[in-house]
Design a protein around this ligand. Structure first.
Ligand code: AMP
Length: 121
């Protein structure tokens, strides 16, 4: 499957539609999920055009991969829910249809601000 340039996160990256931005650097953009499932629900996405985690690990540079993984901790810290804040959170990526992925641009969900509960419901 080819990357779809018209997906909603591609449009956010091109600033064609707005987002509630939390953090940005050379590798990632982070913003609040429009339909929060927990008290804090953020998204962290790579700036490159990657459909899902498998596509990312196959085609991204080591710098991009490190940038995304580090970006998750940076965002958690900014949100006050990292272990450095004495808290914790869940980082989760849905991968393709069986994984429940709806937007075909790789993203990690960051859930926090409360006890997150069971891993899969
Ligand atoms: P997934 O099911 O893992 O693909 O998750 C897609 C997520 O994107 C959902 O949690 C949506 O609420 C969220 N979402 C969709 N459109 C937007 C948007 N314009 N801004 C922020 N989050 C969005």
């Amino acid at each position: 499957m080819a990357y779809d340039d018209q997906n909603i996160f591609a449009k956010i990256l091109r600033e064609e539609i707005p987002c509630n931005k939390i953090y940005e650097d050379n590798y990632v953009l982070s913003f609040y999920d429009i339909n929060p499932q927990k008290k804090i629900h953020a998204l962290v996405i790579p700036k490159g055009k990657y459909i899902d985690l498998d596509d990312f690990n196959k085609n991204a540079s080591n710098e991009e991969i490190a940038g995304l993984i580090k970006g998750i901790s940076i965002v958690a810290k900014k949100l006050g829910i990292s272990t450095e804040n004495g808290k914790g959170y869940r980082a989760l990526a849905n991968i393709s249809e069986d994984g429940g992925q709806e937007v075909p641009h790789l993203h990690f969900h960051i859930f926090g601000g409360e006890k997150i509960g069971k891993m899969v419901s």
